[in-house]
Design a protein around this ligand. Structure first.
Ligand code: NAD
Length: 258
């Protein structure tokens, strides 16, 4: 699979697990230099033990302004520039029906999912300006960017906000040659999704939901990472402001069809 990101410097958040981990591996295998960012320092260290050379791990919390500035500084100190930023870190938050969602919980999910993507996008734009423009940004959206659910309100609202960041960022970035897009995964069995499946009835539930998608299966983290690679690469040079679903066709199904 040609990704077209060979030789680029790409910063990946949420890099210790799931989709982010697969992205670090794919991008490095394709010849990119990768800055792997995650709040879980131990998991991050474990996740890159067998990664190819050229991967710089940085423990950082994407919801903290100082941490984001620090990982960007370290990326530039090590590699001299950045060419792409995959803003992938995200959390579900607690499962609760709407009346039981606390303001604290709501804010926490937004701080990580939306605040983290805002801070990372801003840091990338600032760095691109120092490099005289150019570069690509990819955010991880979700099928939850397109619809709702009764027990993960903050998560769904935050993933809708991701789309707003993509649209606004692409309008600002276009004249500067900076592209901003999102990949929207469906069901991918990662740590995050397994927590969701456990809350709703276990692995059987996950399999039965995956079986309702047109492709009749869950996706693999690497199948999301390949889409992120395409959106970061020059192969997608005329694509910006878009949300590209990688969900086995789940978002194509009309769920109210009689
Ligand atoms: P995951 O739990 O396997 O990985 C998420 C990673 O993000 C973890 O390593 C975690 O430590 C890290 N992280 C969490 N909070 C952080 C913070 N404040 N700062 C830095 N890192 C932090 O889950 P995943 O499924 O790989 O999730 C990646 C992205 O994909 C998320 O944005 C998620 O919303 C999105 N997504 C996942 C699915 C799915 O089915 N798995 C579907 C749609 C969207």
């Amino acid at each position: 699979m040609a990704s077209g990101i060979a030789g680029k410097v790409v910063v990946v958040t949420g890099a210790a697990s799931g989709i982010g981990r697969a992205a670090v591996r794919l991008f490095a295998d394709e010849g990119a230099s990768v800055v792997a960012v995650d709040v879980d320092a131990d998991a991050l260290a474990r996740s890159i033990t067998d990664a190819p050379p050229g991967v710089l791990p940085v423990a950082a919390d994407v919801s903290r302004e100082d941490d984001v500035d620090e990982y960007m500084t370290r990326a530039v100190r090590r590699f001299g520039r950045i060419d792409g930023h995959f803003l992938n870190a995200g959390i579900f938050g607690s499962f609760a029906e709407l009346p039981d969602v606390t303001l604290e919980e709501f804010r926490h999910v937004f701080d990580v999912n939306v605040g983290g993507q805002f801070l990372g996008m801003r840091a990338a734009f600032r760095q691109f300006a120092l490099q005289e423009g150019a570069g690509a940004i990819v955010l991880t959206a979700s099928i939850a960017s397109l619809a709702g659910s009764s027990d993960l309100l903050a998560y769904h609202a935050s993933k809708h906000a991701t789309v707003g960041l993509v649209r606004a960022g692409s309008v600002y970035g276009g004249p500067l040659g900076i592209r901003v897009n999102a990949v929207a995964p469906g069901i991918v069995p990662t740590r995050l999704f397994i927590a969701d499946a456990d809350a709703r009835g276990g692995a059987n539930d996950m399999e039965s939901r995956a079986a309702t998608t047109p492709l009749r299966r869950a996706g693999a983290p690497r199948e999301i990472a390949t889409v992120a690679a395409f959106l970061l690469a020059d192969d997608s040079s005329y694509v910006t402001g878009q949300v590209l679903s990688a969900d086995g066709g789940a978002s194509a199904v009309n769920t109210v069809r009689p």
